[in-house]
Design a protein around this ligand. Structure first.
Ligand code: PLP
Length: 434
């Protein structure tokens, strides 16, 4: 397992600069050096700092992302496309350049296969409402898993109701891993789409998506991968995965809120009807009918979130500069360390896979005799931010037979020391409730 070693980040980082000095030596990151790049995580005047363990809900933003967004508004702000003047041309270049950067980030073959959305939720709704509406009918099946976030359930329920399709769920085993033998049983020619998370936000499980996709192909089903929790933590290659749709959110990967992307194969995008109507997405508008702009613009009605796109590209560059493999190595170290420490807390039940290779550094747990909200409140009093609740995965909570869990989720700026502080806080919660 990689060891966290001292790294050093030097120099300043001019606004908009997307290449940041790397913080890794050998196989991991120095979380404390990485943290130095995140203004919100710095100690206050009294020397206290927040121990931020809620990155699965939203990550913090490094200086380069904040600067890229500010620089856009300070020096490049104009509406994009069709502008005759230089400023608009520059804004368009930045916007389309960001699209190309995100396409590279997930190894998409063509930047025009990347549609900007508000986030993963909107990306999945877009697919369900367009591709789904065109391609599903009565009796067709949508295959989901018990691990899904509500964003990858409710859009399919809305579709299923409209077209009289049926939703089926692949269950999990006791460690929160997909039951692939049951998946095989559920897959049939009636399965039109399999939609699953690459990584579970609630348990941290990394799903064997390549295998799931391969098996779906054999029955001719399309596959949508919800990559909201995977893109921040793992190197992503949509081509080698072989999926049809891949959805990501900027704010989970150190980028701004309100921006995300849908990647889809060009031939699918070409066939799909528009999602929303308005400016930007048309070619010609006549009183009674219109024609559509080429993909991806056909799906981008209205003034886009240009600063968001620029910020998300800066976030992608930041993660690349750290090294995607180093990010994973750092988190694996936190997974191993965290599991070892949490296993020794009295009365704590840790959910999710036992093999560190099958999970990211998300620790979901319950504590005997203490409600998750009380755990989170006690930790909050010590400036440790964790989440307690159903994590937008109510079917999963039902499956685990718990009303809620406490979830501590780590990212590039967390350290073993943060996990020590978490465990100390949990020990104190135990004392209070004993
Ligand atoms: N899917 C997963 C696995 C998530 O964790 C989240 C957010 O928590 C979403 C989808 C929804 O993402 P967004 O709120 O950015 O649209």
């Amino acid at each position: 397992m990689s060891e966290i070693r001292a790294g050093k980040i030097e120099g300043d980082h001019p606004a908009g600069q997307t290449t940041v000095p790397t913080a890794h030596r050998g196989g991991g990151l120095d979380g404390a050096s990485v943290r130095a790049r995140f203004p919100l995580l710095q100690p206050d005047g009294a020397g206290a700092r927040i121990i931020y363990l809620d990155s699965a809900a939203t990550a913090q933003r490094p200086d380069v992302v904040l600067e890229a967004v500010a620089k856009f508004y300070r020096t490049e702000n104009a509406n994009v496309h069709r502008g005759i003047y230089d400023l608009s041309r520059r804004a368009t270049e930045r916007y389309e350049g960001a699209r190309a950067a995100l396409a590279r980030f997930i190894k998409a073959p063509d930047k025009e296969e990347l549609v900007w959305t508000r986030g993963t939720t909107e990306a999945i709704n877009l697919v369900a409402a367009t591709w789904g509406q065109e391609n599903l009918g009565p009796g067709d099946e949508i295959l989901l898993t018990t691990l899904e976030h509500h964003s990858n359930i409710v859009p399919w329920q809305l579709l299923a109701r409209r077209v009289a399709a049926r939703i089926r769920y692949v269950d999990i085993d006791e460690e929160g891993r997909l039951r692939l033998e049951q998946y095989d049983e559920l897959l049939s020619e009636r399965t039109r789409i399999v939609a699953l998370g690459h990584v579970s936000n609630a348990l941290g499980t990394i799903n064997p998506v390549a295998e799931v996709i391969e098996r779906a192909r054999q029955v001719g089903a399309r596959v949508l991968v919800d990559g909201a929790q995977a893109a921040p933590h793992l190197p992503i290659d949509v081509q080698s995965l072989g999926c049809d749709f891949y959805a990501i959110s900027g704010h989970k990967m150190c980028g701004p809120m309100g921006i995300g992307a849908l990647w889809a194969r060009r031939e699918l995008l070409e066939e799909m009807p528009p999602y929303q109507g308005g400016g930007e997405m048309i070619e010609t508008v006549l009183p009674d009918e219109s024609t559509w702009a080429p993909v991806p613009h056909k799906f981008e009605a209205g003034t886009p979130n240009v600063a968001g796109a620029v910020g998300m590209a800066a976030a992608a560059a930041f993660l690349e500069s750290l090294g995607r493999d180093q990010v994973r190595a750092h988190e694996l170290d936190l997974v191993e360390y965290g599991m070892d420490r949490l296993d020794r807390v009295e009365g704590l039940r840790l959910f999710g896979p036992r093999d560190p290779a099958d999970r990211i550094a998300v620790f979901s747990f319950s504590m005997e005799g203490i409600h998750p909200h009380d755990v989170a409140t006690i930790l909050d009093a010590e400036n440790i931010a964790v989440r307690a609740g159903h994590h937008c995965t109510q079917p999963l909570m039902r499956r685990l037979a718990v009303p809620a869990t406490t979830r501590a989720s780590c990212y590039v700026y967390n350290t073993r020391e943060d996990l020590d502080r978490l465990v100390e806080g949990l020990d104190r919660a135990r004392q209070i409730f004993s």
